[in-house]
Design a protein around this ligand. Structure first.
Ligand code: FES
Length: 257
């Protein structure tokens, strides 16, 4: 069930350049089930719905949950300034996450995260590992100062880091790492910038690929059409999906990205 709640800040700390980890307490955490779902966070007071920002859920715990966001612009700068003990207005959980149940014990899943697409991979890795699925995670960033959650993800399996400028991990993109590893997995789950998702869409690293789209959103609940994308079988017609309520996770080939 979707709820709106004033969640109490347990911690709000910077973990990389302009990247903040926000731990919130609230009954809303009990509604969170699927890795890959997101919340719509009100970053400032007022009635304008654009004051909300979609932020993916990084970790679900009992009574609390963690979200990770990038400080860019006024709204998220205000959020970064909020302190422990104060509250944040949160709407969620929203959207459909990754189909964790499709992966069976003993199977292998490659998880790929780019930039602020990395956070949902943490909860996903946790749930898959709990179900006996072998997890290999590849995370990509611009530079060493942008890297986060390498150690945390290593709790659940091998982790490879790529940076575009080569200042940390392997130089290049997540796809360069995939080229070197030459894995044949049962599943590939990814979240990150659109060019990264496009590059992953047509590869054959896994039998099934699921991509989580990062889309500009308005309402977050399927009412405003700000987030529509066309379906692949009707790329110029009237067939579309809403990223916020039909997604954000889609199987590769389902929508035009
Ligand atoms: Fe309003 Fe998706 S954000 S319909």
């Amino acid at each position: 069930m979707i709820r709106q709640e004033n969640c109490k800040i347990v911690s709000n700390r910077q973990i990389a350049k302009d990247i903040f980890e926000l731990v919130l307490e609230g009954e809303l955490s009990a509604e969170m089930k699927q890795a890959g779902q997101f919340v719509h966070v009100k970053v400032a007071d007022g009635f304008d719905p654009l004051l909300r920002r979609p932020i993916s859920i990084a970790s679900i715990n009992e009574g609390s949950y963690t979200i990770i966001y990038r400080r860019q612009g006024k709204g998220t700068s205000l959020l970064a300034g909020k302190t422990k003990g104060t509250t944040v207005d949160v709407l969620g959980p929203l959207g459909n996450g990754f189909p964790v149940d499709e992966a069976k014990q003993g199977q292998t899943a490659i998880l790929v995260g780019g930039g602020v697409g990395v956070p949902p991979m943490y909860e996903l890795a946790k749930q898959l590992a709990r179900g006996g699925v072998k997890v290999v995670t590849i995370i990509g960033f611009q530079s060493a100062q942008d890297v986060f959650y390498e150690k945390e993800l290593a709790e659940f399996g091998e982790v490879y880091v790529a940076t575009v400028d080569g200042s940390y991990g392997r130089k290049g993109f997540v796809t360069n790492v995939l080229d070197v590893l030459c894995l044949k997995a049962d599943f590939l789950f990814a979240c990150g910038p659109t060019p990264m998702l496009r590059a992953l869409e047509n590869r054959n690293d896994a039998r099934r690929t699921y991509l989580s789209l990062e889309e500009r959103m308005g309402c977050g609940i399927g009412a405003c059409f700000a987030c529509v994308c066309h379906t692949k079988d009707d790329p110029h017609g009237f067939s579309y999906k809403k990223v916020c309520s039909d997604g954000p996770v889609f199987q590769a080939g389902e929508v035009v990205i």
